[in-house]
Design a protein around this ligand. Structure first.
Ligand SMILES: Cc1ncc(COP(=O)(O)O)c(C=O)c1O
Length: 399
């Protein structure tokens, strides 16, 4: 019923450690963001037919942090809307191409077009969309891929493009969630990116960098997740964390692309980029800088990863630790009669009920514990999390 920083409180006033929520990016009810929203609500709340200084300032701050070609913003209200508009932009820029490429188990949102680009959770696959294979889950920061693995990945991309062509489709866009979150939280090196981005671009598709999960410094090493992948997308989409819980989505693309789209279709979103959303989003950028939260994500992520890796030899049910910064996955093994996804579910529920630590699951079948807290998560929080994981693993052993 209440949140503050990295904690949530239930109706009885009990405190929970929140290792699940990435929407309150700079922390639940951060006072600076709350004050900015309150001030703006009391000053002006309106649609976006008139320009407001807040959204102009935000667009300038955002585009200053992005590679040069990504200089123009369209504002919407969610990650799904941002990905939907990106799809329309890509179709417009490619002369109406209808084929889409996404990674196995990716999640990109809920509109009709974007749900078709979302094969996560076993959802039916749209015949206009083909999936690209994933890099090996065990790749850790700094790991390289063998030439054979890189060649296999390139072949996979070529095959996906051939499948589209065989269906009579030309590709409009390839989407990548740079954290490969719902695919199991993977962290491949830039050499992997080159294996698919080259063929995909040569086939005429635009690359959409979906930063809804991984943007705003979550990796701890780069402000934008695509930088970590060694990629400059043609279009970038943002959602979830940008307003710290106030609804906001952004599409950023080169000016010429946006202007051509505007000229053809026009674009207007009543609430997208409204003065309150802009105030919230500006405040989020300010807190990120002031509190050095990307550096915190790096430091805590390194500490947490080391502590988790130390658990593996002691708890055979814990299989691997993946990801970086404050986007970390722990894959689990089957235990006795319980298959791995049931083990993960048992651990999530045990941690919530017994330790009051909230986490989630990801991966093809939900076999990966997802650790994705608000960005002010520190080493003492990491200690509490690790103790809760150990307690859950012990409880499983005692079943
Ligand atoms: C990578 C990614 N893209 C897009 C979305 C859709 O965002 P929203 O739920 O705000 O529409 C999500 C939501 O979980 C996501 O994880």
């Amino acid at each position: 019923v209440r949140g503050a920083g990295v904690h949530l409180y239930d109706v009885e006033g009990r405190e929970y450690l929140d290792v699940y929520n990435n929407v309150p990016h700079v922390g639940h009810t951060h006072p600076h963001v709350v004050a900015a929203i309150q001030r703006q609500v009391a000053t002006l709340v309106t649609h976006t037919r008139y320009l407001h200084a807040g959204i102009l300032e935000y667009a300038e701050r955002l585009t200053a942090s992005l590679p040069a070609p990504l200089d123009t913003c369209l504002f919407v209200n969610s990650g799904s809307e941002a990905n939907d508009v990106a799809w329309r932009l890509a179709r417009s820029a490619t002369g109406g191409n209808t084929g889409g490429l996404v990674f196995e188990h990716a999640y990109h949102g809920i509109t009709e077009a974007v749900a078709a680009l979302t094969p996560s959770g076993g959802r039916p696959r749209d015949p206009r969309v083909v999936t690209l294979g994933l890099p090996a889950a065990q790749l850790r920061a700094g790991d390289t891929m063998s030439d054979a693995a890189l060649r296999a990945s390139a072949r996979d991309a070529e095959q996906a493009l051939e499948t589209l062509a065989a269906r009579g489709l030309k590709p409009a866009a390839c989407y990548i969630d740079s954290g490969l979150t719902s695919s199991g939280i993977l962290d491949p090196p830039p050499a992997w990116t080159a294996t698919w981005a080259g063929p995909v671009r040569r086939a005429g598709a635009l690359i959409v960098g979906d930063e809804v999960q991984y943007g705003l410094g979550r990796s701890g090493s780069h402000f934008w997740g695509f930088e970590r992948r060694g990629l400059v997308p043609d279009i970038v989409t943002l959602g979830k964390p940008v307003g710290n819980g106030y609804p906001m989505g952004v599409v950023i693309a080169p000016r010429a692309l946006v202007e051509a789209f505007q000229a053809k279709y026009g674009f207007f979103s009543t609430f997208g980029g409204n003065p309150v959303a802009a105030a919230a989003a500006l405040a989020v950028l300010e807190v990120l800088g002031r509190e050095q939260l990307m550096a915190n994500a790096r430091a805590t992520g390194e500490y947490l990863t080391a502590r988790l890796l130390a658990l593996l030899p002691r708890h055979p049910v814990l299989e691997s630790v993946r990801g970086v910064g404050l986007m970390i996955g722990v894959s689990v093994r089957a235990h006795g009669e319980l298959p791995a996804p049931r083990v993960a579910k048992f651990m999530v529920n045990h941690m919530a009920a017994q330790s009051r630590v909230l986490i989630g699951t990801e991966g093809a079948h939900g076999e990966v514990l997802k650790l994705r807290p608000p960005m002010p998560f520190g080493s003492a929080h990491a200690d509490r999390l690790v103790a809760a994981i150990e307690a859950a693993a012990d409880a499983l052993g005692a079943l």
